[in-house]
Design a binder for this molecule. Structure first.
Ligand SMILES: NC(=O)C1=CN([C@@H]2O[C@H](COP(=O)(O)OP(=O)(O)OC[C@H]3O[C@@H](n4cnc5c(N)ncnc54)[C@H](OP(=O)(O)O)[C@@H]3O)[C@@H](O)[C@H]2O)C=CC1
Ligand SMILES: CC(=O)C(=O)O
Ligand SMILES: [Mg+2]
Length: 761
């Protein structure tokens, strides 16, 4: 079973500076807490706090299970660590573990809509730690222990499991074991091996290593075929140095003493130890079609490149996201807790772990449908050596894994609130997916497949340099910074932005050898609009928007981003002097608003002040086209203050007329109107109009005028807590995006990626 595809990095690599900037930008850290109830009036205060709050207090005192109804407990998991085994970095203390724990909390939310808070407990004393967590128990629906070193982690977890009636789960043990097992099930299947006769060597006899071999044995691996190694070599019967009861339980009768000896002829290597622990010579000595899971983080025991140099028949996995086959517990803990919380499980038992592993393994064997293919770096993965396990961005995980876990909890009798309608539960799970993340992920992946050259017009601005560096680092393409080279380099030096990477070019408009060609081009476009040649030359020399747009117009760049230092409409006017609308199209602005798991595109948020009916119909067509390009099947609502004629009014007639125009054009997407925003978005209200032609809530909202579009999106952002992206410029003949004044580097990169994406599709 030769592995024809050489292992290579697939995802973005990040520089140390980028990692620091990411964590410190804006509000430091990765989490914030937002209220779920209004706290605006005296009445709100009376309900949320005294006296109203006394009522749920009494209800919970009488019946503790009511805490799940009246508080956050049922959806709240604590990620708790003492920092004694942070990733593979060792014992760096509780405080240093905080970035990882915040990260785990964010992943709980991002992947499975589980609310989570990180708690760093500053003690290495197991009793003190247990006592602390136990006392915090009433606050949470589950406890995710993280990065606590062995053997204390075994003592801590088993004591807490006895003491608490909510799931306590040491992620480095069981999360890792579940994912490794899922990968192993498929790797064994692909190499035609029987688990009963498979020989496995696990390097690392700590939390993760021991849990992995325990779960593997529970699935049929023969104890005599499993060799456990640690810093002292093989864990054999009779060994005394560096032993503990958890290692002893897996000691084997053997004369092998070193990892190298254990690996001779072995089928499987599990690495849960440290960077570089596996050498090419050891890999060479393994059996045919070896299975190598080098899972140490952040650097694996051996890299896929090193393995590929010496063997082409290996199935290779790491804990990292930038190689194929990421065996990392992020695939597990969010979904396992989701399922456990939803049935109010008292624990996470072996049946639930095995069910999760099998669900993950099965998912990787299924055909990947179109809407899922996008999550896979743009390539539709096919079950095989380079795809034995789903990627964390696979949108099917949220419905597949929790369902399996919840069912197993119910079957094994630990569910306090069984789910009666599993199909309904599965649908509810899918609705928890964060659509922004998948949309942006899809865009990024597509651009990575077809990298583009983006010109950043405001190259002297610090956040623009950061964005350009990040764009290149993320392998989205090459970046051109416009500006004075010395100035840019000095600002970059002071700000600690690394511009030395290949793929970042600095161009000074005045000194460019294309300068006169650009001036000729611009003059030809503007000579009948009152411009002299010297005016065109001045615009090219002095105005970076004109220079950048001309670069794109003449094919010297694929896309352009600007707007950090000038008003949107000013940049748009500059660009329109250089670039026309695509033939047959109308230039409009589309804003993406993401709120509570829902995405809507709002148009026109940039160009038409008071569109007439024809223009409204054009806007609907352009916005529907953009929705499709972003992977949504458009359902367009033509909005007004009235719904289907009531109350009547002249302004609504304009919108009604636009609907008739769309009827005549026989467009190939769903649309209807005129209707009010609540009817467009609320299926219950829409049902009151059974003749409405939309098959579900609208996802494209065409506003009757610019002011309503602009006001509503800004209110969504400020009051509704929506993430708002845009306006995206749509309908231009070349790809240009304008960011908002003072946009942050991350916003600029998103816009650059969208510009590059629009240039590609
Ligand atoms: N991919 C994933 O999802 C996960 C990966 N991991 C990774 O696994 C590793 C271990 O984590 P964890 O089990 O929590 O940590 P622990 O501290 O509990 O255990 C570490 C184990 O690794 C052994 N070890 C360390 N260095 C070497 C080496 N060079 N050769 C052989 N054995 C070595 C230690 O040996 P000794 O007992 O002799 O000290 C110990 O048994 C880390 O790199 C971590 O990042 C962990 C969890 C999840
Ligand atoms: C992934 C993880 O939890 C670890 O490496 O510790
Ligand atoms: Mg960990």
């Amino acid at each position: 079973m030769p592995n024809d595809k050489k292992s290579e990095r697939q995802g973005p690599s990040v520089s140390p500076q980028e990692a620091l900037d990411f964590h410190s930008s804006g509000r430091p850290g990765k989490l914030e807490i937002t209220p779920t109830k209004p706290m605006a009036t005296q009445r709100d205060l009376s309900l949320a706090y005294s006296p109203g709050v006394a009522v749920p207090v009494q209800a919970i005192a009488e019946d503790p299970s009511r805490a799940f109804d009246y508080t956050t407990r049922g959806n709240m998991v604590a990620v708790i660590s003492n920092g004694t085994a942070i990733l593979g970095l060792g014992n760096l203390g509780a405080l240093a573990s905080k970035p990882v724990m915040e990260g785990k909390s964010v992943l709980f939310k991002r992947f499975a809509d589980v609310d989570s808070i990180d708690l760093e407990v500053d003690t290495e004393d197991a009793d003190a730690f247990v006592n602390c967590v136990k006392l915090l128990g009433p606050s949470f629906g589950g406890i995710n222990l993280e990065d606590i070193k062995a053997p204390e982690c075994f003592i801590i977890e088993s004591r807490l499991r006895e003491l608490m009636d909510i799931p306590v789960f040491h992620d480095d043990q069981h999360g890792t074991a579940i994912i490794a097992l899922a990968g192993l099930i498929n790797a064994l299947h692909l190499t035609d091996r029987d688990i009963k006769t498979t020989k496995l060597v696990c390097n690392g006899a700590g939390a993760a290593g021991i849990a992995c071999i325990e779960l593997a044995k529970s699935l049929g691996l023969a104890p005599e075929n499993v060799f456990l190694c640690d810093t002292k070599g093989v864990v054999y019967k009779g060994r005394e140095e560096g032993m503990n009861q958890w290692k002893s339980a897996h000691a084997v009768e053997t004369d092998k003493r070193t990892l190298a000896e254990a690996l001779e002829g072995a089928d499987v290597f599990f690495g849960l130890s440290a960077k570089g622990a596996l050498t090419p010579a050891m890999v060479q000595s393994m059996a045919k079609n070896p299975i190598i899971f080098a899972m140490a983080n952040p650097d694996p025991e051996i890299t896929p490149e090193e393995v590929a140099e010496i063997r082409t028949d290996a199935i290779m996995a790491t804990g990292r996201s930038d190689y194929p086959n990421q065996v990392n517990n992020v695939l597990g803990f969010p979904y396992i807790f989701r399922g456990a919380l939803d049935v109010r499980a008292t624990t996470i038992n072996d049946a639930m772990k095995v069910a999760a592993a099998e669900a993950l393994a099965e998912l990787a064997r299924k055909d990947v449908p179109d809407d899922v293919a996008a999550a896979y770096q743009g390539n539709r993965p096919k079950y095989g050596p380079n795809y034995i396990i789903p990627v964390p961005f696979d949108p099917r995980l949220i419905s597949a894994v929790p369902v399996a876990v919840a069912k197993a909890a119910m079957d094994s009798g630990v569910a306090r609130r069984p789910i009666l309608d599993m199909q309904k539960y599965e649908n509810e799970l899918s609705a928890r997916r964060d659509p922004l993340a998948s949309t942006l992920q899809r865009i990024y992946d597509r651009v990575r497949r077809q990298p583009k050259r983006v010109v950043f017009a405001e190259g002297e601005e610090e956040q623009v340099m950061r964005a350009a560096a990040s764009y290149v680092n993320q392998k989205l393409g090459t970046a051109i910074l416009l500006g004075r080279e010395e100035q840019i380099r000095e600002t970059a030096r002071q700000a600690g932005v690394d511009l030395s990477k290949s793929g970042i070019e600095i161009i000074n408009a005045r000194l460019s050898r294309r300068n006169s060609i650009y001036a000729d081009y611009l003059y030809e476009r503007l000579q009948r609009k009152g411009y002299l040649f010297r005016d065109a030359q001045r615009l090219i020399n002095n105005d970076r928007n004109h220079f950048a747009a001309t670069m794109v117009a003449l094919g010297d760049a694929d896309a352009m981003v600007s707007g950090v230092t000038r008003n949107y409409s000013t940049v748009l006017d500059d660009v329109r002097r250089v670039i026309d609308a695509r033939p047959g199209h109308r230039v409009i602005g589309v804003t993406l608003a993401l709120c509570r798991g829902r995405t809507v595109l709002v148009a026109d948020t940039a160009v038409h002040d008071m569109p007439n009916s024809e223009e409204l119909a054009d806007i609907a067509e352009e916005a529907a086209g953009q929705a499709r390009r972003m992977g949504y099947e458009p359902r367009v609502a033509m909005l007004a203050y009235s719904t289907f004629g009531h109350p009547p009014g002249e302004r609504s007639e304009r919108v009604q007329e636009a609907v008739k125009i769309l009827d005549k054009r026989r467009v190939d997407f769903e649309y209807d109107g005129e209707m009010a925003a609540d009817v467009a978005l609320n299926p219950d209200l829409m049902q009151q109009y059974p003749f409405c032609r939309l098959s579900g809530p609208a996802n494209v909202l065409v506003m009757p005028a610019f002011h309503s579009a602009s006001i509503s999106t800004k209110m969504l952002q400020e009051l509704g807590g929506s993430t708002v992206i845009g306006p995206l410029l749509v309908g231009l003949n070349k790809s240009v995006q304008v960011v908002s004044l003072n946009a942050k580097d991350s916003d600029i990169v998103n816009m650059a990626a969208i510009a590059a994406y629009n240039a590609a599709v």
